[in-house]
Design a protein around this ligand. Structure first.
Ligand code: HEC
Length: 199
């Protein structure tokens, strides 16, 4: 098709549209912008899968918020935690919690840029250990065992002195972490600001 005939077709289309438009009735009602659209109709079943088993959902529903919301019942003391550490954690994290550079494991305590001392809130320590540790058998620790391990780690980090008392959800949520005021996120990377020099 030549350029001129393409132009003629386009012009004819415009004329036709104008003519048809002139005869059209105006819409009976103006659509209301605030009107909620009809919800999409979803079928009751797609014909595959099965209803979620509440027991499986409960098993996976183990998230814990920074403020302690979601912590389970249970408790554990630091001495029990130390014994557990010796059997379940020491191989990778070291006798003095010093880590193991060969395995890429950083120290668990001691430096505000690391692990326990780095966290601005304590409950995520529980959540992390319960979900991910020990690395060779994640999810194998009971809630009391995780409380005991957290009690041990917080004591070794110098954050808490439980004096033999067990750590539970309430006590864990109330812990004031050393990095609470100095922890911030910059460009997606959690970091710390150096402590202000003493006056
Ligand atoms: C098979 C090796 C292995 C075992 C066993 C193990 N861990 Fe870990 N753990 C790791 C590695 C690897 C990391 C990730 C590296 C890191 O962050 O230092 C890690 C990270 C952690 C962290 C977070 C450290 C951080 O810097 O944020 C904690 C807390 C922790 N482990 C606790 C435990 C506890 C408690 C146990 C025992 C119940 C345990 N781990 C057993 C290998 C192990």
């Amino acid at each position: 098709m030549s350029t001129s005939s393409r132009g003629a077709v386009a012009f004819a289309g415009l004329v036709l549209a104008t003519l048809l438009g002139c005869g059209a009735e105006p819409p009976a009602t103006t659509p209301d912008a605030t009107e909620t659209p009809e919800p999409a109709k979803t079928p009751a079943s797609f014909g595959f899968g099965r209803p979620a088993d509440p027991a499986l959902v409960a098993e996976a529903d183990i998230d814990v918020r920074f403020d302690g919301d979601g912590l389970p019942t249970g408790a554990g003391d630091a001495a029990t935690g130390e014994a557990l550490y010796e059997t379940r954690c020491v191989a990778c994290h070291g006798a003095e919690l010093e880590g193991n550079p060969a395995l890429g494991v950083r120290p668990l305590v001691g430096d505000i840029r690391h692990a326990v001392n780095n966290l601005p809130f304590a409950p995520p320590l529980f959540a992390y250990i319960r979900r991910a540790m020990p690395l060779d058998a994640p999810g194998s620790l009971g809630d009391d065992e995780v409380y005991a391990l957290v009690a041990f780690l917080l004591e070794r980090a110098g954050v808490l002195d439980l004096a033999g008392q067990p750590l539970d959800a309430e006590a864990l949520a109330a812990v004031s972490m050393p990095n609470r005021e100095t922890f911030f996120i910059t460009k997606g990377v959690a970091t710390t600001v150096p402590a202000a020099p003493a006056p």
